[in-house]
Design a protein around this ligand. Structure first.
Ligand SMILES: NC(=O)c1ccc[n+]([C@@H]2O[C@H](COP(=O)([O-])OP(=O)(O)OC[C@H]3O[C@@H](n4cnc5c(N)ncnc54)[C@H](O)[C@@H]3O)[C@@H](O)[C@H]2O)c1
Ligand SMILES: [Zn+2]
Length: 366
């Protein structure tokens, strides 16, 4: 069996990301290898969709190795990243008798990872947690240690930096993900290529159809490289002072699209896909990027079934207003992450708002 191990280097908070097919069936062995002995009480947090398929075999595997396991199942979806759900999970954790040596297992996508991570960060001032991602997008959230819940006034406003003990990434789980979620996950993988590695982009272009069909070996490599790009940036900037901003390629546009749309119309990956196209077009207009960057970016995203056209229900003026709020623009200038080439981006602090608006209007009229 192919198993890839990536080490996220963060001094004494370093941890491994183990990627391979069928890892959930070997969870007990892998936890023990990672220094989590059966004496530690385990508390699995997962959502209803994931629980249906993956919770019983995981619990069986852990219990047969002598672990004591409790599980808490949350409703699927972003609305579970709430204060009220946080309180419910905390209550269940206290009732299950978790102590400072206990370990929380986050089995699921980014929603479960963010909530379970925040519970782990705050339960008795912080206990260990392990991520078991089941979505492709969670390759992004499994690196960096950002954990959070939402407040009614905004997303991810209540959170912490809390690194997992280890990440066990079973690539087999991706197969049951709905297609739209699969594409959305690929959007972040492609983003990691577009930010930092032209060779990776070329490889993603070459293997697009096998990757879309979830060829296990290639998928493992794509997740590995996506995590690695993010890990390199995070290691250099754990608490987001500078470089980490580069991870926001396409996100200033994307967040504005999300804020102005119903989630069912546009999910996060779809929003940043269109956002990355717009960033490339703006960069070409500024002659920051050479001609061809936009076309290649768009074609890459299309191959992974992602949208690249302007969301027709949105007004460019409204989008610009939200972008300005997001980035606290000063004097008609906006900070944006823009490509210089495929695989190379830069944070440009003084992009002309009028140019952004012109490009968006062209796209909207096209
Ligand atoms: N902490 C970070 O650095 C970071 C980074 C990126 C995103 N996020 C957060 O991640 C969240 C989005 O994550 P997501 O896209 O993984 O969403 P998600 O966790 O909501 O999962 C998407 C859907 O797929 C279902 N699902 C999950 N795994 C499945 C599987 N293997 N088979 C079938 N269905 C499955 C879930 O039940 C859910 O309905 C957002 O809240 C975002 O803020 C955090
Ligand atoms: Zn994102």
């Amino acid at each position: 069996m192919i198993r890839n191990v990536l080490r996220v280097e963060l001094g004494e908070r370093s941890y491994p990301i183990i990627i391979g097919e069928g890892l959930l069936q070997q969870a007990a062995t892998l936890l023990q290898e990672g220094g989590i002995a059966p004496a530690a009480r385990l508390f699995v947090i997962t959502d209803e969709h994931v629980a249906l398929r993956y919770l019983p075999p995981l619990e069986d595997n852990l219990k047969s190795a002598g672990y004591s396991v409790h599980a808490y199942v949350i409703p699927a979806g972003e609305q579970s990243k709430s204060l009220s759900m946080y309180e419910k999970v905390m209550t269940a954790a206290i009732e299950a008798g978790l102590d400072r040596k206990s370990v929380i297992l986050a089995l699921g996508g980014g929603v479960v990872g963010d909530l379970a991570g925040f519970v782990a960060a705050t339960y008795m001032r912080g206990i260990r947690f392990v991520q078991l991602p089941t979505t492709l997008l969670a390759h992004d959230s499994s690196v960096g240690g950002k954990v959070a819940i939402n407040h009614p006034l905004g997303k991810n406003l209540i959170g912490a930096f809390h690194q997992p003990q280890m990440v066990l990434y079973d690539t087999a789980a991706i197969a049951t993900l709905p297609e739209r979620e699969r594409a959305a996950g690929f959007a972040e993988v492609l983003k990691h290529g577009l930010i930092a590695d032209e060779g990776f982009v070329a490889w993603l272009e070459q293997h697009a159809s096998e990757l879309w069909d979830l060829d296990s070996e290639l998928l493992g490599k794509a997740i590995f490289r996506g995590c690695e790009v993010k890990a390199n940036i995070v290691s250099a900037d754990e608490t987001e002072q500078g470089q980490r901003a580069l991870l926001n390629l396409g996100h200033t546009f994307g967040h504005a699209f999300e804020a102005l749309s119903e989630y069912s119309r546009l999910n996060h990956g779809e929003a940043i896909s269109v956002g990355m196209c717009l960033a490339a077009k703006v960069a070409e207009r500024m002659q920051l990027a050479s001609a061809g960057v936009y076309a290649r970016t768009r074609e890459l995203l299309r191959r992974y079934h992602l949208p690249t056209a302007w969301p027709h229900w949105l007004d460019p003026e409204d989008v610009l207003e939200v972008m300005k709020r997001d980035k606290k623009a000063v004097g008609g200038k906006l900070a944006l992450v823009l490509p210089r080439a495929i695989g190379r981006v830069e944070l440009i602090s003084d992009v002309d708002e009028a140019l952004i608006l012109t490009v968006m209007k062209e796209e909207a009229g096209a």
